[in-house]
Design a protein around this ligand. Structure first.
Ligand code: RUQ
Ligand code: CUA
Length: 762
């Protein structure tokens, strides 16, 4: 109790309980507890998850976005959502699917000429080096339309989508080998491997097949190399989850199945449904594959081409000794290799046990040629008894297993029991159980798939939320529950609703391992990492017309889009290349043209193109869609779509009639603002600002802005010399605009320095 009180007091000191309407009336932690009906346990949980402003979380989670076809990024322990990454589905904020360059990525995901603009994402995987997460790349699969995507963690953007050449659905991916040589994708519902080929269900056993694809990853290019990838043909057993071996089991991979009955339903014909026929037998098969040897066989030309893709057929795989089966209890779901690579843990959905298979025993049986039988396709079957290390009764509906930083400790989700079981896989005994809400699917520990799990936290990815949150209609959010696993007993800390599809699996990495960029090299196409042909430097903006093709080379910088007018004729094909000239952190500009369904997110340095046919006469405003600066609303322009053969009758724009008095007033404003800037500069240079890289960048940017005043100043003075007060006043106003941006940055830098303990120099 004493300790709890101390923690609670510390939490209060950290600012807990100062939010919301209780803040006015409740000044002590006791008051807050009373007013909000909180227990000591609640406060402890709150203190463990609270991250004060300015501080950051320890882990970053990449969660599948389920039917949204996206990835959700949040951080632990605060469970704050950081980003949604558009993967298989257009995502307007990032311009994903609304600019040409990202559309090119989505187009890679077309299947047989069809645009597919959604995905059912299930399993994300982080790239590994020597079995440890390296934070460079992220992969995720699409179960519905068998595809795999590559996301680069330098910018958290989707770079590539590959379509599985032989499957019609998949599930057991993405999983990576210990040095990310391959990304694995296993089929789910069996189908003929040839594309556009019909065989009746009566020929299921002969013509339908499952399989597993090993996508070759080229780390240097940051892309999958489809030509160097291959698949292994497997029987139509409804393959499911998979995992790569590591350590002693390096070079091998493991894939479950859940309908080795090969049952074909048909309730409309009076046959018992799939669910009955697919769970009739007591066991299904764990597929054990020597993928290293399989890759060698493919390299040696032993594969067959199916749809132009290398496939190692079952008979070759059997003959060459790269494919084996082991029975596993009824309708299993997860298969997870332990961090030491010695054991393979299989959870049987319809069995109360988890089965721990020993890789050593499996190898011994294979080496001795000790098989209990062959399956109908001639694949040798190792007896379960010869492969098992132990079986542990955990409860109802065990699904997935993850690992602790402490040796031999594992956590398994139990769907039917709505519980997490903590157990010891070396000794085969249960250690602790915790109820979760409700019907947990996957669970995930920090870096839990790697050879070095980080422990500390576990997230339960619950399928149902039921009564946990304020109701929002019949469709409920999912519930991710954060659990403290640092002690002997598990402690539930936090419930987070995830309202963007059903996240199946998630992976978490230490935030310190991620090194995302702040800006692109100017003129980069972020989707290809190459120089963008539409890249434009300051002062080189132009509009080029060739026939009916209009190409605009535009730039964006606070707070203007150059050019500010785009004149076209009806029927023109318009391409607008946009380069963000900013170097400052977080100075993203957006771009859209009214009614033409285009949008781009242009981060500092990026070049991106939007394209459309100007097929409707009219006047269409375009503007910056990110609130980037005080004059953001003024970051605008007009697309003019003129009728054919239109001729102007008026040649000058309306004048404002500014006077010398206006000009002088603006000059005064400039002098006053400069005084503010000088004060801020005096402060910044009086302290050790150079010790703060963030501030150095801001100062650079500020002087950048200030540097632009030179040109505008020359213009207003020249105009004043000619007594053209309108031009003089407006160019003077432009000088002031640059000053305002400079001052804005300077003040931000000053605040930063004051809050981060800058010290006086000299
Ligand atoms: S799923 S709840 Cu991994 Cu697709 Cu198991
Ligand atoms: Cu740029 Cu708003």
């Amino acid at each position: 109790m004493r300790l709890l009180k101390q923690v609670a007091a510390a939490a209060l000191a950290a600012g807990l309980g100062l939010a919301g309407n209780v803040a006015q009336s409740a000044d002590t932690l006791q008051d807050v507890m009373k007013a909000r009906g909180l227990s000591q346990q609640d406060l402890l949980a709150a203190a463990k998850t609270y991250v004060p402003t300015g501080k950051r979380d320890e882990f970053v989670v990449f969660s599948s976005g389920g039917q949204s076809g996206q990835i959700i990024v949040y951080s632990v322990p605060s469970m704050r959502i950081l980003k949604y990454i558009g993967v298989f589905t257009p995502e307007p904020w990032q311009g994903y699917g609304y600019d040409e360059d990202s559309r090119a990525v989505l187009r890679q995901g077309r299947i047989d000429g069809k645009d597919i603009t959604w995905g059912d994402t299930h399993h994300p995987a982080i790239s590994e080096t020597n079995g440890e997460y390296d934070g460079q790349f992220l992969f995720i699969n699409d179960k519905a339309n068998p595809r795999l995507a590559v996301i680069d963690l330098r910018d958290f953007e989707t770079k590539q989508i590959v379509v599985n050449p032989i499957f019609k659905s998949e599930h057991g991916g993405a999983f990576v080998s210990t040095n990310t040589e391959y990304v694995l994708e296993a089929a789910q519902y069996a189908a003929p491997l040839e594309n556009r080929k019909f065989y009746p269900l009566e020929e299921f056993n002969e013509r339908y097949r499952g399989g597993v694809t090993y996508w070759k990853f080229d780390r240097k290019a940051g892309r999958i190399d489809p030509k160097a990838s291959f698949s292994l043909e497997l029987p139509p057993y409804s393959q499911d989850l998979s995992d790569f071996g590591k350590g002693p089991s390096e070079g091998w991979s493991f894939t479950n199945s859940f309908c080795s009955e090969r049952y074909v339903g048909g309730i409309e014909k009076g046959r018992p449904p799939y669910e009955a026929g697919c769970s009739a037998k007591d066991t299904d098969y764990l597929h054990v594959v020597n993928w290293k040897k399989a890759a060698e066989l493919v390299a040696a030309g032993k594969a067959r081409k199916i749809n132009g893709h290398d496939v190692l057929t079952i008979d070759v795989a059997v003959k060459e000794g790269v494919l084996f089966l082991i029975p596993e209890p009824k309708s299993p779901h997860g298969v997870d290799v332990t961090p030491d690579g010695k054991f393979i843990i299989v959870a049987g959905k319809l069995d109360t046990h988890v089965s721990v298979y020993s890789f050593e025993k499996i190898q011994a049986a294979i080496k001795a040629g000790k098989f209990e039988s062959k399956d109908p396709y001639g694949i040798p079957v190792v007896a379960m008894a010869d492969a098992l290390h132990t079986q542990v009764a955990l409860g109802l509906g065990p699904l997935h297993t993850q690992f602790d930083s402490k040796a031999c400790l594992a956590y398994t989700s139990m769907y039917v029991d709505s519980q997490v079981a903590k157990w010891n896989f070396c000794e085969g005994k249960v250690v602790d159980k915790l109820s979760v809400h409700y019907n947990i699917g996957h669970l995930m520990t920090m870096e839990g798939d790697s050879v070095k799990p980080a422990g500390k936290y576990l997230v339960a990815l619950n399928k149902l939320a039921i009564d946990r949150f304020v109701p929002v209609g019949p469709l409920h959010p999912q519930n991710h529950q954060l659990i403290d696993i640092s002690g002997d007993r598990m402690q539930l800390l936090y419930d987070m609703p995830l309202p963007l599809g059903e996240p199946h699996y998630a992976v978490a990495i230490a935030a310190s391992k991620l090194k995302p960029a702040v800006r692109y090299k100017v003129g980069t196409n972020s989707r290809t990492d190459a120089a963008h042909p539409g890249a434009t430097r300051a002062g080189e903006e132009k509009i080029v017309r060739k026939g009916n093709k209009v190409e605009v080379f535009a730039t964006l910088i606070r707070s203007h889009i150059t050019p500010e007018t785009i004149e076209t004729e009806i029927g023109d094909e318009v391409t607008i290349h946009l380069t963000n000239l900013e170097r400052a952190q977080d100075e993203t500009h957006g771009f859209t043209v009214s009614t033409y369904n285009v949008h781009a997110s242009v981060e500092p340095g990026k070049t991106v193109s939007v394209k459309f046919k100007a097929d409707k006469e009219g006047v269409y405003p375009y503007y910056c869609t990110e609130f980037c600066s005080a004059l953001h609303l003024e970051m605008q322009g007009y697309l003019l779509v003129k009728p054919k053969g239109w001729k102007p009758t008026k040649t000058a724009l309306a004048a404002q009639n500014y006077t010398e008095t206006d000009y002088k007033a603006t000059l005064k404003k400039i002098v006053d603002t400069q005084a503010v800037i000088d004060q801020v500069v005096a402060y910044i240079t009086s302290v050790n600002y150079k010790d703060f890289p963030e501030v150095v960048a801001m100062v650079e940017d500020a002087f950048d802005q200030l540097g632009k005043t030179k040109d505008a100043k020359a213009k207003h003075e020249a105009a004043a010399g000619k007594k053209d007060w309108e031009q003089a006043n407006l160019w003077a106003e432009q000088v002031w605009q640059y000053q305002v941006k400079t001052a804005d940055l300077g003040l931000r830098a000053k605040t930063f320095l004051e809050q981060n303990g800058a010290k006086k120099v000299k």
